[in-house]
Write a protein that binds this ligand. Structure first.
Ligand code: NZQ
Ligand code: ZN
Length: 395
């Protein structure tokens, strides 16, 4: 497939790189808004270190605190108002994917007087496409989304229970300061959910992309193999800085566009998970651990050879005496066992979700990226009936 690739985000990677924050930010402005989540960065002392670095370079700051996991559009509205009132000229996103996503949309909303929800694709077309944004510097504290170096952001509308996204080159952060030391405090469960998110990002392209992408296949398999190896280590010992660093690098390369180049990635697992977390405020990676294997068992029947390749190359399973589907299913079993080993839920009942709203989730999942017949795009495309079947198998 023909493609264009451009990712302008500068990445400054390495333990201790947080000290460079002030110097980096001062290139873009003198009044920063620091966007943070529910307070983890204050408890760990990361916030104080960031402020110290800003002060040393004469950068003033205001705070936009309490961005919730699965960030709400209301937080974006609030953040944009602070940025306007305080005349901020640069935004620092200090936190996980939720904080970074909110910060990226806040940057664009600071130049827009309408409702920022208009920028979110919630029925195929966005009502408003942003044309200007404040420069955003990301400082991730959790390895998962890769938001620090991509141009996507996922926002939830609590009134309508729709969780959807914006993807626009304008939203690429200017610089990502990626310091694995900031992730050592991430608890075991969120570490594991992050690993699942990373793996699912490359899986979406690997299983839903076009044929004939052997180089991208090997990239994807490499990311998965390393995320499994070092993810396991990071879950067992949160202070293992080498493992933390490799997991964090995996999170960036998994969704900065490189592995997806020429693949034409579709993301049905994500669309179904977003529908679930919109209604239940579920952690994204935990939702993916449930939907992933269930969706894979559905999709393997349509494309068994690809799943057999996954089983063989990622889990070293022997093809001897097995047809492609049997081998593919064994690969899915092995993946699910890994998820359980690191502590992810793999069934809806484990997170207290029953079948009451299955039709609604299916409708919501197929709302965003769909074909003319209203099917959720993926390989294969899914009718709402297919989505309900997958959900049932995940109960
Ligand atoms: O809010 P605080 O107090 O900071 O606590 C957070 C939160 O409770 C905590 N945490 C973060 N860093 C920590 C830490 N706790 C201790 N030590 C640290 N160093 O972890 C919890 C989860 O944080 P959150 O930011 O919600 O997690 P994640 O990074 O997984 O982000 C999830 C959001 O990103 C979206 C998801 O849908 C979800 O809304 N996604 C964004 C994508 C993108 N922009 O490209 C793609 C993804 O597929 C995903 O959809
Ligand atoms: Zn994800």
């Amino acid at each position: 497939m023909n493609f264009e690739f451009q990712n302008p985000t500068k990445i400054i990677f390495g333990a201790g790189s947080l000290v460079q924050l002030g110097e980096v930010v001062s290139e873009y402005g003198k009044k920063a808004m620091i966007v943070i989540g529910g307070g983890s960065v204050k408890r760990t002392g990361v916030f104080d270190k960031a402020v110290e670095s800003l002060k040393a370079e004469g950068v003033h700051y205001v705070e936009c605190a309490d961005v919730e996991p699965n960030p709400r559009i209301t937080s974006v509205v609030r953040g944009a108002q602070i940025a306007k009132d305080e005349k901020c000229d640069v935004i620092i996103a200090l936190g996980g994917g939720s904080t970074m996503d909110a910060a990226k949309v806040i940057g664009a909303a600071a130049f827009y007087d309408g409702n920022p929800w208009n920028m979110i694709l919630h029925g195929q077309e966005a009502i408003y496409v942003p044309t200007k944004t404040l420069p955003v510097i990301t400082v991730p504290t959790l390895a998962a989304t890769g938001s620090e170096a991509n141009c996507g952001a996922v926002i939830t509308n609590d009134d309508t229970k729709i969780k959807s996204f914006i993807q626009n080159p304008l939203l690429f952060p200017k610089v990502a300061i990626v310091d694995p030391e900031l992730t050592v405090s991430v608890p075991q469960d969120h570490t594991a959910y992050g690993v699942c998110d990373i793996i699912t990002h490359v899986m979406e392209g690997y299983f839903n992309g076009v044929d004939g992408t052997p180089i991208q296949d090997r990239f994807a398999e490499g990311v998965i193999i390393n995320a499994i190896e070092y993810g396991r280590k990071a879950v067992v010992d949160g202070n293992d800085l080498e493992a933390r660093g490799l997991v964090q690098w995996a999170s960036i390369v998994a969704l900065n566009g490189w592995v997806q180049a020429g693949v034409h990635m579709l993301a049905p697992m994500h669309m179904i998970e977003h529908a679930l977390s919109a209604h239940h405020d579920l952690t994204h990676g935990a939702g993916l651990a449930i939907i992933g294997p269930a969706w894979m068992r559905f999709a393997a029947r349509h494309r068994p050879e690809r799943f057999a390749q996954f089983a063989q190359r990622v889990f070293n399973l022997s093809p001897k005496g097995k047809d492609a589907l049997t081998l593919g299913m064994e690969g899915i079993e092995a993946y699910e066992a890994f998820l359980r080993e690191i502590g992810c839920p793999t069934k809806l009942t484990e997170v207290g979700i029953g079948d009451e709203l299955f039709e609604q989730y299916a409708k919501d999942a197929a709302l965003v990226v769909r074909d003319e017949e209203g099917r959720l795009l993926g390989r294969p495309p899914m009718t709402t009936k297919d989505i309900v079947e997958v959900l049932k198998s995940a109960l």
